[in-house]
Design a protein around this ligand. Sequence first.
Ligand SMILES: [Zn+2]
Length: 253
Amino acid sequence: MRPYILAETNWKEVKTRKYNLAVLPWGATEAHNYHLPYATDNIQCDYIAARSAEIAWNAGTGLIVLPTVPFGVNTGQMDVPLCLNMNPSTQLALLMDLVEVLNTHGIDKLVILNGHGGNSFKSMIRELSVHYPEVFVCSANWYQASDQTKIFHEPGDHAGEMETSCIMHIAPDLVLDLSQAGPGAAKRFKPAGLKQGWVTAQRAWTLVTEDTGVGNPAKASPEKGAVYLEESAQEIARFFIELASLDNHELYE
Ligand SMILES: [Zn+2]
């Protein structure tokens, strides 16, 4: 029973604790090439949130990890069977309710720990601040916390070497043999502005990739996954510890 994981702890414990930081892991349920489970993003979020919270908790930080939200924005994958799209407007409604609870109980910091590229919380954070000005809300893509290129030959965006390595480490029984995986080849946009990245749009997934993967998983290994996850967790834990140590009006220098 880990006291920093809300789903595992109890009222006897919660009653006596003072939390000032909540962590909300947020994933997606979607196809990940042929070889990884639909819950890949959630499995990674569960793992990284728990490990980074463990480090921060052991350093004396009063934080609590909320249950992982398993539904992400998959508006670009509506034609892939059972990609469980949750629209951004629904995500905002969910955040409004959760931040109301935190605000009511004096927890004035929330980190959304995102694990899915289709989720974007920036505009939601702005809108939440109008309704709950006392609560500092921020979001982090956990997979950007540490340098992927030091560890992976070709990290990939989706079900590539990085994600495959992570799931090989966390849940090896849920990974098919790599001989079953597609190459994760992906097409790029034709118009130059979109190719260069200064124009943004969502990608029509099935026009971009045949196996739903973006990135080649061929060089994945559980050892690489273990090293990368730990480096990421250490970095995220440092952020939790620092953020929790500051009052919301002391966040600037
Ligand atoms: Zn993923």
